[in-house]
Design a protein around this ligand. Structure first.
Ligand SMILES: [Fe+2]
Length: 136
């Protein structure tokens, strides 16, 4: 079975330039995951994902706070849960307990894709509406 492409696709564009740039970077990590099959490199790439996701989630949360997005608390909880999942995966890998890498990288990719399409678009639409109503 051919592997699903894990990189950036146009459907993921939110229309927010800064957020889209950061999302592209995260998907470039997934794209690297498709190539990095050396077990020794898996740990490094999971740690890279934790690092960039932390920065990105923090920026999103700052933006949500600035615009007063009502769903911020729930969104923040999703971020925290995901970060702890990725940290757990990195830790499992370091103990040699991460068995299914193909499934893991697909899971991480699908989580972020679904999160962008549902959760991120919600606060970005809120931000765009807010900007429009100020311009009126
Ligand atoms: Fe988010």
């Amino acid at each position: 079975m051919a592997e699903e492409y894990l990189g950036w696709t146009e459907e993921l564009r939110t229309g927010h330039t800064v957020i889209d740039t950061q999302h592209r970077l995260l998907f470039s990590i997934f794209e690297t995951m498709e190539k990095q099959i050396e077990p020794a490199e898996v740990g490094a790439i999971l740690n890279e994902l934790v690092h960039y996701a932390e920065t990105h989630f923090r920026d999103e949360e700052l933006l949500m706070a600035q615009i007063g997005f009502p769903g911020m608390g729930d969104h923040q909880r999703l971020h925290h849960r995901m970060l702890s999942e990725v940290r757990t995966l990195a830790e499992e890998h370091s103990r040699g307990k991460l068995s299914d890498w193909v499934r893991t990288k697909r899971y991480l990719h699908d989580w972020l894709r679904d999160h962008i399409l549902k959760e991120d678009l919600a606060y970005i639409r809120f931000e765009i509406d807010q900007r429009k109503s100020k311009d009126l």
